[in-house]
Design a protein around this ligand. Structure first.
Ligand code: ZN
Length: 366
């Protein structure tokens, strides 16, 4: 892996270096801070399993399943996988999902996801699974068996915990009932904890999913929704008031509406902020600081996440490094990490287990 030496002999890997060098030519981050951010126990609540799967894994699945790719070699496929712009991102996502042809592919992808999270010391994760696609392809029981197998292997082999939140692709609204049925079946087997909605935000407002979300509430599912990423504040209003979302995916466009900021602050609704995703997708210009600074100053409940790390060549650690480079202190970054843990859907007893671990790390000063 290529290394980039930016300043003060701090060695960043490709993913960590990519965004920081785009924003500033040099960084003032100390090696101590870099090491501390890498070592700290972390939680993550907004990450898509498909978007966290490396190009190489999809390539091997495609070969095994005889899926034709628009690349003749692994190197070509990896280069295609590199982020370019939003339309290309959709092309990559669609091509990657096409490589998943068997329930075993899902089991493998999920097990590898645990590995990835454990390597970054992400001790607890709530992750999305794109259910509109997989419920088109598979019978519920066979895919639930595969997901259970992937989880068992992940838990046995990697030091981390993952809970899954299947999500509806907004641009396929007809899939919502099928997805809900699938999520309820998976919840009965202890595989899923909630329901989400993602995908193309413009043209597919939260109100299209009102009935499905109401039923999800009745079924005891936890409720989240992407909103206020590509679309404006009205999308967040819909997610909060109509869908009764308990957390908002991204939500950065709330700053457009002071009344909304006030509601989000009063209710302390967690916002799943993913800075590098916003830079990649052009939601925020590369030369601008991320609005999370304004959101934190407005006392909004912000958390930090990596969204689609394999597709954006990022990692959760590099999300924190990006914020460090934009002036966030260790104390502020640690608070964001604490916020992310608090915003999880774990019950208090489960959170306590992690709070003790977090506290131990903070006390160690390492
Ligand atoms: Zn997302």
């Amino acid at each position: 892996m290529a290394k980039v030496n930016i300043a003060k002999q701090v060695i960043f890997d490709d993913r960590e270096a990519k965004f920081m060098t785009q924003i500033h030519a040099a960084t003032s981050i100390s090696p101590e801070l870099v090491n501390r951010l890498r070592a700290m126990p972390k939680a993550e609540i907004h990450i898509h399993i498909e978007g966290a799967t490396d190009a190489e894994i999809f390539y091997h699945m495609a070969q095994r399943n005889q899926v034709e790719l628009s690349a003749d070699s692994l190197e070509e496929w990896k280069s295609f996988f590199e982020f370019r712009d939003f339309p290309h991102f959709i092309q990559v996502y669609t091509a990657a999902v096409q490589c998943l042809q068997t329930p075993e592919d899902y089991a493998l992808m999920i097990e590898r996801f645990y590995k990835r999270q454990a390597e970054e010391n992400i001790r607890y994760t709530e992750a999305f699974l794109s259910a509109s696609f997989l419920t088109q392809k598979f019978e519920a029981q066979e895919i639930l068996d595969a997901i259970a197998a992937g989880r068992r292997a992940g838990e046995a082999n990697h030091h981390c915990q993952v809970n899954l939140i299947p999500d509806i692709a907004r641009e396929i609204p007809d899939s919502q009932h099928r997805v809900l049925e699938f999520v309820i079946k998976g919840k009965e087997r202890g595989l899923f904890i909630g329901l989400g909605v993602g995908g193309l935000e413009i043209g597919y407002p939260p109100e299209l999913f009102t009935e499905t979300y109401a039923e999800a509430h009745r079924q005891g599912l936890r409720i989240v929704a992407h909103a206020g990423e590509a679309a404006g504040a009205e999308s967040i209003w819909g997610a909060v008031n109509t869908l009764k979302a308990e957390r908002i995916g991204h939500g950065i466009r709330c700053l457009d509406d002071p009344n909304l900021v006030e509601i989000l602050r009063q209710r302390q609704i967690p916002l799943e902020v993913s800075p590098q995703s916003n830079y990649c997708l052009g939601i925020i210009a590369q030369d601008q600081p991320h609005p999370i600074r304004k959101m934190v100053n407005a006392r909004l409940f912000c958390t930090v996440n990596s969204d689609d790390p394999a597709m954006f060549s990022t990692s959760l650690t590099s999300e924190y490094l990006t914020l460090a480079e934009q002036g966030f202190s260790w104390e502020e970054l640690w608070q964001l990490n604490l916020n992310t843990l608090e915003a999880t859907f774990l019950d208090e007893a489960e959170k306590d287990k992690y709070r003790i671990e977090w506290e131990k790390f903070a006390q160690s000063g390492s």
